[in-house]
Design a binder for this molecule. Structure first.
Ligand SMILES: *[C@@H]1O[C@H](CO)[C@@H](O)[C@H](O)[C@H]1NC(C)=O
Ligand SMILES: *[C@@H]1O[C@H](CO)[C@@H](O)[C@H](O)[C@H]1NC(C)=O
Ligand SMILES: *[C@@H]1O[C@H](CO)[C@@H](O)[C@H](O)[C@H]1NC(C)=O
Length: 261
């Protein structure tokens, strides 16, 4: 391993502009091609994505970046074509791969037709998560986009002991979270449908909620929190670097949705 001096420029969160969520943690206008980059991930908050931005040099064309010398970073060219971007994401893979819902949540649409309770159990045991909640317009738009008019279970149901009192699944090992009828909802016309002893679980289709028999078999959606990038030291090593120097900036994001290539 070479021991070339690496110039560090740490820019604290204080310098991040109000209109952006990216925090620059490393910058060097003349990074030597054969030198590694070392940095500490800030500890002020949880970060979910890290980008290494490389620009303005032909050497970027075929460069790769490795974390700790062995984990190859995902690479793609940014829209202006002047910059290559290499990313590390927080991890949504857990037992089975989940997709990114946003920077702090993983999600999976599970195409198996099963009862609400079975679905809840799978979200908990297989994903260490819960059935998807629908708490705001963002959730509604996202689920509507991917599920359309398919009927699928969400994490809401009447609690077992009390007719007409609803709660959100928070995983098998956690108490359910009480839901008030004044909370965000997608009941038709904003009105809770007529209570029916045989229909205690909530399904969604066409961006609308409806009550159904918990035993009826539907596809479902699981979610869980994504893990933040581990705090601590990171070391990046470039390879296929054929020029002398390149410009590099490393940014982390606390709350921007990951940009997938
Ligand atoms: C959703 O919309 C489709 C197409 O308009 C319709 O056939 C279906 O019955 C709707 N499902 C529900 C649960 O409203
Ligand atoms: C059921 O919920 C209603 C409304 O919140 C409440 O008034 C009633 O006491 C509850 N009953 C039981 C058995 O928990
Ligand atoms: C790294 O590159 C510089 C020139 O850019 C060169 O002088 C130096 O010897 C190289 N170091 C190693 C370990 O290859």
């Amino acid at each position: 391993m070479n021991t070339l001096f690496v110039y560090f420029l740490f820019v604290g969160a204080a310098l991040a502009q109000a209109d952006q969520t990216w925090v620059t943690v490393y910058r060097n206008a003349k990074q030597s091609c054969n030198s590694s980059i070392n940095l500490d991930l800030p500890t002020d908050k949880a970060y979910y994505q890290l980008n290494v931005l490389v620009e303005n040099n032909d050497v970027t064309k075929n460069m790769d970046f490795y974390l700790w010398g062995n984990l190859k970073l995902e690479k793609w060219q940014t829209s202006n074509g002047q910059q290559n971007k290499y990313s590390i994401y927080s991890d949504c893979a857990y037992g089975e791969d989940m997709g990114y819902y946003d920077s702090s949540k993983c999600i999976d649409f599970v195409p198996n037709y099963i009862s609400w309770d079975e679905a809840r159990t799978i979200c908990s045991t297989k994903y260490d998560g819960m059935l998807k909640d629908v708490l705001n317009e963002k959730d509604t738009l996202y689920l509507g986009k991917y599920s359309g008019n398919t009927e699928y279970w969400i994490g809401l149901r009447e609690i077992w002991t009390n007719e007409s009192v609803f709660a959100w699944d928070r995983g098998l090992n956690n108490a359910m979270q009480s839901y008030k009828l004044s909370d965000y909802n997608l009941w038709p016309n904003g009105q809770l449908p007529t209570i029916d002893k045989t229909k205690k679980c909530v399904a969604m289709a066409n961006s609308t909620w409806f009550l159904d028999d918990c035993a009826s078999k539907k596809v479902f959606i699981c979610q869980r929190a994504s893990q933040a990038l581990a705090v601590g030291k990171y070391r990046f090593l470039p390879s296929n670097c054929v020029g002398d120097t390149y410009n590099v900036k490393i940014q982390v994001s606390p709350d921007t949705s990951p940009e997938l290539p």
